[in-house]
Ligand binder design. Structure first.
Ligand SMILES: *Cc1c(COP(=O)(O)O)cnc(C)c1O
Length: 206
């Protein structure tokens, strides 16, 4: 990725997560053919419909990047290898209770917008501590979504803050950056960029 070269980071240090929400399963199959292995989906129910068609893809990993309600946690735990949106002890306990290994990120809410999910930074010690005591959950890092803006620079303070928080907890994983602000995110240390539009085009219905 050019963005890595520009800021002096190795391509292998940043995972390109292909966000395939809204697109049909065929898009996942095509992207897999082209070499992509990590796919992000937002909705448990939507992915449930595509899952049978992509079940045979050797080495493919599916990440849930949308908000997860506790009552869908069991299904999510079966469908996804990585859940990036853990935001409560209750949800973590439910996933733990499935008895199946799953990688998780804690979603952090860094802006006061009501529409954003995630834990407040003050709640991180409790949630991180709880997850670390759970044998089935492997805590990889933190995830965030800054408030929407056309200007990628406006996301920079949020990316910096997430990196600081991850550092406080000794976490290496930083899931931050989308199509429009991925270069800023990589510059600030992102280890996972979640990219939909820049790979597959607009999701708007025509
Ligand atoms: C849709 C989505 C993305 C991808 O957004 P693009 O702008 O299409 O790259 C990334 N992260 C989350 C949480 C999303 O919901």
């Amino acid at each position: 990725m050019r963005a890595c070269a520009r800021v002096g980071r190795a391509r292998e240090d940043v995972l390109l997560l292909a966000v395939t929400k809204v697109f049909p399963a065929q898009v996942i199959l095509d992207a897999y053919e082209l070499g992509l292995r990590d796919f992000g989906e937002n909705y448990v129910q939507e992915f449930e419909g595509k899952a049978p068609q992509v079940a045979g893809l050797e080495g493919a990993r599916f990440h849930l990047i949308g908000h997860l309600q506790s009552n869908k946690s069991a299904r999510a735990g079966e469908l996804f290898q990585v859940i990036q949106t853990v935001d409560s002890v209750k949800l973590a306990r439910r996933l733990e209770g499935m008895g199946r290994r799953v990688e998780v990120y804690v979603e952090v809410k860094l802006s006061p917008e009501d529409s954003k999910h995630g834990v407040m930074p003050e709640e991180l010690p409790e949630l991180v501590g709880a997850i670390r005591g759970m044998g089935n959950l492997e805590l990889k890092g933190l995830m965030t979504m800054p408030p929407w803006s056309d200007d990628p620079e406006s996301a920079r303070p949020y990316f910096k803050r997430l990196r600081e928080l991850a550092g406080e907890f000794g976490l290496a994983g930083l899931s931050m950056g989308m199509s429009h602000d991925l270069e800023t995110a990589i510059d600030e240390g992102s280890t996972v960029v979640r990219v939909g539009t820049a790979l597959f085009g607009s999701r708007k219905k025509t």
